[in-house]
Design a protein around this ligand. Structure first.
Ligand code: SF4
Length: 262
């Protein structure tokens, strides 16, 4: 099985039809979102092609973002650089999660990435390793990025709303999100991404200051300060609801497409 087939299999796009004759162009030679028409046999990928859509025409809503300097709300200490961010989060006792965390989870990836992924909070594996999106959910995310042609090492920085794990993977509390938000604000403006993707309901609602469902926030281009924002499913949710992977795949094709327009 080719790498492409492995990836598509992982995210749920199987089976792929194959021709026995070698006289025609094979699907593997074409972009993943390209429908392929072959003689006598209709061959399609699981995903419809997505038409290019300029950001300015697609904008759904716009949210004003706080302005720097981003500082500790208790001590009024500004964050100076990435090392200082790490130290301040390490020392942070501003919410109750400081008492139950094993490790802080700041983020991973290219600190000057084109794409910023924001999730909700560390889970058990993330708390154990001190890194966001590890374990099965992280692997699924990596596979979706790879399938969409996004280089996670080079093009992506990944972080969460919260830097410490809520016990038992409970939902983040509003005061926890609020007390942790200056760290995220600093990360957003330090990375200066071309595009933000909020994965999961909490990340999307919190960033966009919306109460709308994830379903209604998906498929639209939002704006957070000067940054365009797309919304998609959290990979942990996709593991529980594999039937939604096709929609997630469309989201990641759109992400790739928007990055290609830049
Ligand atoms: S979750 Fe954020 S605000 Fe709460 S202790 Fe951790 S770093 Fe501080």
């Amino acid at each position: 099985m080719s790498r492409r087939e492995l990836v598509l299999s992982e995210i749920g796009y199987r089976p792929l039809w194959k021709l026995r004759a070698a006289a025609v162009t094979t699907p593997s030679a074409l972009p993943l979102d390209t429908p392929v028409n072959l003689p006598k046999l209709q061959v399609t990928t699981a995903v419809s092609p997505i038409q290019p859509q300029p950001i300015s025409e697609a904008l759904d809503n716009s949210v004003q973002a706080p302005a720097p300097p981003y500082e500790n709300p208790v001590t009024a200490t500004p964050i100076t650089d990435w090392d200082d961010l790490q130290q301040q989060i390490n020392a942070c006792q501003q919410c109750q999660l400081a008492g139950t965390r094993t490790n802080i989870v700041v983020g991973r990836g290219n600190q000057k990435a084109r794409l910023l992924l924001i999730g909700e909070a560390p889970g058990e594996q993330e708390d154990r390793h001190g890194l966001p999106f590890v374990g099965k959910a992280g692997q699924l995310l990596e596979n979706m990025l790879a399938a969409a042609g996004i280089d996670s090492e080079r093009e992506v920085y990944i972080c969460n709303l919260l830097k410490c794990r809520p016990p038992g993977n409970r939902n983040p509390a509003p005061d926890e999100i609020s007390k942790c938000s200056h760290f995220l604000q600093w990360q957003i403006d330090a990375v200066q991404p071309e595009l933000i993707v909020a994965v999961g309901r909490f990340a999307a609602q919190s960033l966009l200051q919306e109460q709308a469902s994830l379903s209604s926030l998906r498929g639209k281009l939002h704006q957070y300060g000067r940054y365009p924002v797309l919304v998609s499913f959290h990979p942990a949710y996709l593991l529980r609801s594999p039937g939604e992977k096709a929609k997630a795949w469309q989201d990641w094709c759109r992400v790739r497409q928007l990055l290609n327009q830049k």
